[in-house]
Design a protein around this ligand. Structure first.
Ligand SMILES: Nc1nc2c(c(=O)[nH]1)N[C@@H](CN(C=O)c1ccc(C(=O)N[C@@H](CCC(=O)O)C(=O)O)cc1)CN2
Length: 293
């Protein structure tokens, strides 16, 4: 069994980005700049955005953090998005999710200029991805593709079972794994809350990608010997023995599933760390106008 080390892979990608930024600077080019909008004080979101800003510093990007209280109006948010769309300095920006209930998330995401949509959530980028055109890929699926590629995992002709149909992970992952490309060329089954007999599907899978947020959902009896298992779940479960009062659990019962696998991601330290690396990669691509000329 080989552990897919997301932390190490993320560091390697960030080093590659830092080297490119150093080159850009040495040649007098514009330093890539990422902006992030954060609404409210949710602990997880504050940590993720802080880590995104710190990662920008590490690779030599410029960054801007725009913070609002929970009661920000949709109009204020849309007006800031317009400002960032027009900014000459900002190459790409994100609106950290989830947003408070009184804000129409879809309206907000659609207000972002697709050319600066480094989260890849705008329907224009989703459509381009489905059509096989260059696009900003959402960071988590992009990170999973990187893990598969950098570990040289075969995907062609394999049966890939994706569990979860979210717009951020499951749905794009199912499309990308079926593309005529590497990683891809897989036969894909997309399972979700209405799937009858989930274990029937997972037992046939060469590759399982679990992204539902149900701790320990995938048990050893649901996994074929030699399968590749990628766990995207990161649920905080109470743990009185920890200073934080919680620990992270994935969708996979790691201890019992790992011995059956050829490759498996841990939680934490698997897919999670790659999301930040791939956001930086998208920002670099935006700055270099690689997606939209
Ligand atoms: N605008 C966006 N909002 C959200 C996204 C996103 O990609 N864009 N994804 C998630 C949150 N997220 C990044 O924003 C994110 C989630 C998890 C990790 C991560 O590194 N997880 C670690 C564990 C970290 C911990 O201890 O809590 C791991 O799995 O090893 C990074 C980023 C929702 N919102």
């Amino acid at each position: 069994m080989i552990l897919l080390d997301g932390k190490k892979t993320s560091e390697a990608i960030q080093q590659e980005i830092a080297a490119e930024v150093a080159d850009i600077k040495a040649n007098g080019g514009k330093v890539p700049h990422l902006a992030a909008i954060l609404v409210g004080n949710d602990g997880g979101s504050v940590t993720y955005v802080t880590n995104k800003v710190l990662a920008c510093e590490r690779v030599g990007f410029g960054s801007t953090l725009v913070r609002y209280e929970d009661d920000v109006t949709e109009e204020e948010l849309l007006s800031k998005i317009q400002e960032l769309n027009e900014s000459k300095e900002v190459d790409g920006f994100i609106v950290q999710l989830p947003l408070p209930k009184h804000i129409n998330t879809q309206k907000v995401l659609e207000a972002v200029d697709p050319k600066k949509d480094v989260d890849g959530f705008h329907p224009a980028n989703v459509g381009r991805m489905v059509a096989g055109l260059t696009s900003f890929l959402p960071a988590t699926p992009y990170g999973i593709l990187q893990l598969i590629e950098r570990y040289g995992i075969e995907t062609s002709g394999k049966h890939c079972v994706v569990i979860g149909r979210s717009n951020i992970v499951g749905s794009p992952m199912s499309i990308l794994m079926a593309k005529a490309a590497y990683p891809g060329n897989a036969t894909v089954t997309l399972c979700h809350r209405n799937t009858v007999d989930l274990a029937y599907h997972t037992r046939q899978a060469d590759i399982i990608i679990a992204a539902v947020g149900i701790p320990g959902l995938i048990t050893a009896d649901m996994v074929k010997e030699g399968a590749v298992v990628i766990d995207v779940g990161t649920t905080r479960v109470p743990d009185a023995t920890r200073k934080s009062g919680y620990r992270l659990r994935g969708d996979v019962d790691f201890d019992n599933v790992a011995p059956k696998c050829s490759y498996i991601t841990p939680v934490p330290g698997g897919v999670g760390p790659l999301t930040i690396a791939m956001l930086l990669k998208n920002t670099l691509r935006a700055a270099k106008k690689e997606v939209y000329a």
